[in-house]
Design a protein around this ligand. Structure first.
Ligand SMILES: [Zn+2]
Length: 343
């Protein structure tokens, strides 16, 4: 075998062993480098020493060796490139034609839905929405509502106080908005609802929350009676639950209304006959109501000799619970997406 053929075989063996691009470059330099490459040098130096008639044969051998090595390098590089692409396809496979997963869409929370539904129901009969601060003074939260210091209702309403003197509170009900509305609007007629968050020092369980949403209603006009109050509650109940549902009022006592009542919604399962879901009563406790106490009207700057008013309040969670048969109040605030999605 000629010297050129021997170098070619060495180079081809080295190329076969090379597994990376730097390995291949090293082989390329070693054999085909312009000056120092073994095949190039053999070609240059060898030819010079030979008789002219031998030069052509050697030159041809050397050139053939060079071309064989170049071809082998090219083939090996193509192999390596293909292997790399296969690797990428394996580890980072992305099908760009595959449809993207849909983005999850949220929706309005059930309590906001019920609140909004109630706002619409009352807007239809001329009530406007009134809001007040969640941090209140003792005067708005208690005193002005005919609940002086030492009044029994103050003990029932477990209060969060925000100062040492116990003059600033987290409102325990939305009723202070009654006073603020009277002061803001001034001369009746006044027809407002006041939905909002209230706070009580209750322990968290299935039927108690340390904070919840209330909806307060207040109407002040000339000649309003308990009949108007009951009609309003009946309108609300039937709008929210259906025409078959009735309202019942039972005498009660609140400082800020006289007379005062608790009102119940007819059980939707048995329509008043009594069933397991209503504990046999046929009715479900819903909220409190009554005719606004004359002193409360006076505290709001309204003349009780000319005007009368009625008011009511209930928990929006309670309403949502009656509407959707939810058994545990805590579910409304846990934000478990499986629960929230049902509404
Ligand atoms: Zn029932």
């Amino acid at each position: 075998m000629s010297e050129a053929g021997r170098l070619r075989d060495q180079a081809l063996a080295a190329i076969a062993r090379a597994s990376t691009e730097p390995d291949l470059e090293a082989v390329e330099v070693e054999y085909l480098g312009r000056r120092e490459g073994k095949i190039s040098r053999q070609l240059l130096s060898g030819i010079a020493k030979l008789a002219p008639e031998q030069r052509a044969a050697l030159g041809q051998e050397a050139n053939e060796a060079r071309r064989a090595v170049e071809a082998a390098l090219e083939a090996r590089r193509a192999e390596q490139k293909a292997a790399q692409l296969a690797d990428i396809a394996q580890t980072e496979a992305i099908d760009v034609t595959f449809p993207a997963p849909p983005l999850p869409r949220g929706h309005i929370h059930v309590l906001s839905q019920v609140r909004h539904e109630l706002e619409v129901i009352f807007a239809r009969i001329g009530y406007t929405v009134e809001e007040g601060p969640e941090i209140e003074t003792d005067w708005y939260n208690f005193e002005a509502l005919n609940l002086p210091k030492g009044h029994a209702s103050r003990d029932v309403q477990e209060t969060f106080f925000l100062d040492e003197a116990e003059e600033v509170v987290l409102r325990t009900h939305t009723s202070p908005v009654q006073i603020r509305a009277m002061q803001r609007i001034g001369t009746p007629p006044i027809y407002i609802i006041a939905p909002g968050r209230v706070y009580r020092r209750d322990n968290l369980d299935a039927t108690h929350l340390p904070y919840f949403m209330q909806l307060e209603g207040l109407a002040i006009d000339e000649g309003l009676t308990v009949g108007d109050l009951k009609g309003t509650l009946l309108y609300m109940t039937q709008s929210l639950f259906g025409q078959e549902r009735q309202v019942r009022m039972r005498p009660h006592h609140f400082g800020y209304t006289e007379p005062s009542y608790e009102f119940d919604t007819m059980c939707g399962r048995c329509l008043g006959k009594g069933c397991r879901s209503c504990g046999g009563a046929g009715w479900l406790e819903t909220g409190g109501c009554g005719m606004v106490h004359p002193q409360v009207l006076r505290n709001g700057g309204i003349d009780p000799d000319r005007y009368s008013g009625y008011a009511w309040g209930f928990g929006i969670e309670r309403m949502a619970l009656l509407k959707y048969d939810v058994e545990d109040l805590r579910l409304f605030y846990e934000n478990d997406i499986r629960f929230n999605r049902q509404f």
